[in-house]
Design a protein around this ligand. Structure first.
Ligand SMILES: [Zn+2]
Length: 76
């Protein structure tokens, strides 16, 4: 799944969202769908720790932890 950076027009916060093709971007802070995609910026910087944590939680639920390298799984 591609990772996209979005800027919320309602609460003025930037977010990184994992988007499937059919997904609609929704702000995790306020729930708005007024999300402007930020081209490549957040991807170049790499995902934030919060995003990695959410990926890890999702992967754990879905049972494919092998998507993550050792340091990402290790936490802290
Ligand atoms: Zn928002």
């Amino acid at each position: 799944m591609p990772l996209y950076g979005y800027h919320c027009a309602d609460c003025d916060k930037d977010s990184e969202l994992l988007m499937r093709a059919s997904d609609v971007a929704v702000c995790p802070h306020c729930g708005s769908q007024k999300m402007d995609r930020l081209m490549s910026r957040t991807v170049a910087e790499g995902p934030s720790k919060g995003i990695i944590k959410s990926w890890r939680a999702q992967a754990s639920r879905e049972g494919h932890m092998s998507n993550f390298n050792k340091s990402e799984r290790g936490g802290s």
